[in-house]
Design a protein around this ligand. Structure first.
Ligand SMILES: Cc1cc2nc3c(=O)[nH]c(=O)nc-3n(C[C@H](O)[C@H](O)[C@H](O)COP(=O)(O)OP(=O)(O)OC[C@H]3O[C@@H](n4cnc5c(N)ncnc54)[C@H](O)[C@@H]3O)c2cc1C
Ligand code: FES
Length: 269
């Protein structure tokens, strides 16, 4: 691990933006100016001796002119509940930016982004990067219920939104992958389209099928459970198919990923 990735960021603000979901804005020049969409940070939960391992979070957005960056997270267990109660001016011990980032084909003419739940987190930074390249974007975003959507007015500035909820409280009732299938079925010319996805495993599975059926290049950011975050513990192995030999191999989500080509990733049910 290189010492340049270890930082002490200062929390500037923390706000609840959706049900059980918080946005922390912190100050750190290096993260803010160097992060690329898809990369993540390993954050040490402060004042909590019983949580040994840092927790991984995608870099949601950056504001390089203010030297700040944002993390969007859902309260799941002890670590994230503690983070949600941080006070402004707290110090955050972070490692990063870690991992690889989304790759943009030179020939890309349209970006199709598919997010399930907190899988939305890496895509704000991506949309800012793609807006600078003037790439048209479609965002397919699905959650359980309407109070779980995050930052819709901002996403709407960058992309055409296709929303779904399981309970039907906003948008299509059902899975966001239904909307994706309909959209691609209606638009038969897939030349120059690229798919980017992050979300639960069954959604990745379905998007992989859809991308293969429509012959569209797709990249997935995987949220495998991690410990060290930089390749030392081998705790985040992801099965992949070697495209040449066709055999199964293992790659590390923290070091080789978290972004992988969907054709190669093996998604277990
Ligand atoms: C590369 C990467 C990026 C991530 N980005 C974000 C993000 O931007 N926003 C966000 O809210 N979350 C993100 N996650 C998931 C986040 O790291 C976990 O929710 C967090 O570590 C849970 O910590 P905890 O102490 O609250 O829960 P724990 O007490 O550690 O776990 C509570 C429960 O959640 C399960 N769990 C823990 N980690 C994960 C995981 N990675 N995937 C699925 N289930 C898990 C545990 O098995 C357990 O059942 C990311 C994960 C990875 C690997
Ligand atoms: S989390 Fe330790 S090797 Fe990936």
């Amino acid at each position: 691990m290189s010492p340049e990735i270890l930082h002490h960021a200062t929390v500037r603000s923390i706000e609840q933006v959706a049900r059980d979901t918080y946005l922390i804005c912190s100050v750190d020049e290096q993260v803010s100016c160097n992060a690329r969409a898809g990369q993540f940070l390993e954050i040490k939960v402060p004042h909590c001796a019983e949580i040994l391992w840092r927790r991984p979070f995608s870099i949601h957005n950056t504001q390089p002119q203010k030297h700040t960056f944002d993390i969007l997270f859902q309260t799941i267990g002890q670590g994230t509940h503690r983070l949600a109660h941080l006070a402004p001016d707290s110090e955050l011990d972070i490692l990063g930016p870690l991992g690889n980032h989304f790759y943009y084909e030179r020939e890309m003419r349209e970006a199709i982004v598919v997010a399930g739940g907190l899988g939305i987190a890496p895509f704000m930074l991506m949309m800012r990067e793609l807006a600078q390249r003037r790439i048209p974007m479609q965002l397919f975003y699905g959650v359980g219920s309407s109070d779980q959507f995050c930052c819709l007015p901002l996403f709407e500035k960058y992309a055409t939104l296709h929303l779904s909820t399981i309970d039907g409280s906003l948008g299509h009732q059902g899975l966001v992958t239904d909307l994706l299938s309909d959209y691609l079925d209606r638009n038969s010319d897939n030349h120059g389209k690229s798919l980017f996805v992050c979300g639960p495993t069954p959604m990745l599975h379905k998007v992989k099928e859809i991308a293969a059926c429509h012959t569209i290049a797709a990249q997935a950011s995987v949220e495998t459970v991690m410990a060290c975050g930089f390749g030392a513990c081998v705790g985040c192995a992801v099965p992949m198919t070697n495209p040449v030999a066709g055999q199964k191999e293992y790659f590390l989500a923290c070091k080789d990923g978290p972004v992988f080509d969907m054709r190669e990733i093996v998604i277990d049910d």
